[in-house]
Design a protein around this ligand. Structure first.
Ligand code: CA
Length: 295
C-alpha cells in the first residue's frame, strides 16, 4: 500500500469534495451529512465552518469565498463560513432529494447533481448547472446518485459518474454554452471493485476514480478505457480525490464512516479521514472558479 498520511484527527461521517486552494495553500473538504466545511493549512489547526444543513459540494469563486450545493440549493458562502446566501433551489418541491457532488466547469459555471437521500429511488435526481448569470439549467435528467465530474484538458469532453451505473460516461462539451451531447461509456467498474464515486483529472488527462466500498482509487485513460494504476487505501468507503500542494502533486483522498457497521468501524479506525499521498508522482489540475456576474 502507498505511504498514505492521515491529514488530521477529523473523521467524517461522509467526507467528500476535496478542494485545493492554491492562493491560501489549504485543502478544503466537506462532511456532507454533518453540513460542515473543513479547511486545513499545513502547520495550523484545522478550521471548521458549520453550514447548518447538508453540504454536498463546494467550489471556489473568483474574487474569494465559495459556492456550494446545499440541501436548500445553490449558495454563496463567504470566506469565514458565516454568511450564506442562497441563490437558487431547482428542487424546492423535491423534499427527499439533496445535492451531492459538484464542480465548476472551464467557463466558470457550477455544476452539481442531486439524489434521493431517503429512499434512494433510481432516476430521482438531476444534474444542474448554475450559470454565470445565476440562472439554472438542467444538464441530465433521471440521475440516481450524481457523483464525479471532470472536464478534459482541451475543454471538449465532460466526464460524469452516476454511481449505480458503475460507469464513467463522456459527453462532447461546448465551453461557450455548456451544452453536452453524444453520451458514451468510457469506463466500466466491476461489482467486486465497489462503486465509482468522486473523480478528478490529472495533468496528463487521465481520470482518477474513488471506489466506494472498494478500498482504493484507480487511474484510467478515458480515450482507450485502459486502467493504468490502482492505489489501495486502509478504508473501504473511499469517496473522492484531488491533487493539491504547491506542485499539485500531493494526492488527497476523502473517506466515510457512513454505511459501515460497528465491527467494520473497529476494523478500519481511519474511516472518515482525509488522506494524502505526498509527492505522488502524478500532477493534478487546478480547480476552476465560479465566475460571478458583474454587479
Ligand atoms: Ca460522492
Amino acid at each position: 500500500m502507498p505511504p498514505w498520511e492521515v491529514v488530521t484527527d477529523i473523521r467524517c461521517e461522509l467526507g467528500e469534495g476535496p478542494l485545493w486552494d492554491p492562493v491560501r495553500r489549504c485543502i478544503l473538504w466537506v462532511d456532507i451529512t454533518k453540513g460542515v466545511i473543513y479547511q486545513y493549512r499545513e502547520g495550523n489547526k484545522p478550521e471548521m465552518m458549520e453550514i447548518g444543513q447538508k453540504t454536498g459540494a463546494i467550489a471556489p469563486v473568483n474574487g474569494g469565498g465559495l459556492i456550494a450545493a446545499l440541501k436548500d440549493g445553490f449558495a454563496f458562502i463567504d470566506q469565514s463560513g458565516r454568511k450564506i446566501k442562497i441563490i437558487a433551489d431547482p428542487e424546492k418541491s423535491l423534499h427527499g432529494n439533496r445535492f451531492n457532488d459538484g464542480k465548476c466547469d472551464p467557463a466558470g459555471r457550477f455544476w452539481a447533481g442531486t439524489m434521493d437521500e431517503i429512499e434512494n429511488r433510481r432516476g430521482a435526481g438531476s444534474l444542474y448547472s448554475l450559470n454565470n448569470d445565476l440562472t439554472v439549467s438542467v444538464k441530465i435528467k433521471g440521475v440516481s446518485c450524481s457523483n464525479g465530474l471532470a472536464w478534459s484538458l482541451d475543454h471538449r469532453v465532460f466526464y460524469y459518474i452516476d454511481t449505480p451505473t458503475r460507469q464513467v460516461v463522456a459527453y462532447d462539451y461546448e465551453v461557450e454554452d455548456g451544452k453536452i451531447t453524444n453520451r458514451r461509456v468510457v469506463i466500466n467498474i466491476s461489482s467486486e471493485e465497489g462503486l465509482p464515486d468522486g473523480m478528478t483529472i490529472d495533468a496528463e488527462g487521465m481520470l482518477w476514480v474513488a471506489h466506494w466500498g472498494g478500498w482504493k482509487i484507480s487511474r484510467w485513460n478515458p480515450s482507450t478505457g485502459e486502467r493504468l494504476t490502482d492505489l489501495s487505501l486502509p478504508v473501504s468507503h473511499v469517496s473522492s480525490c484531488t491533487f493539491g500542494g504547491s506542485g499539485l502533486d500531493d494526492l488527497y483522498v476523502t473517506s466515510a464512516r457512513a454505511g459501515l457497521n460497528k465491527d467494520e468501524l473497529d476494523a478500519q479506525p481511519q474511516a472518515g479521514a482525509l488522506f494524502v499521498l505526498r509527492k505522488s508522482g502524478f500532477t493534478g489540475t487546478k480547480a476552476f472558479e465560479f465566475r460571478k456576474p458583474l454587479s
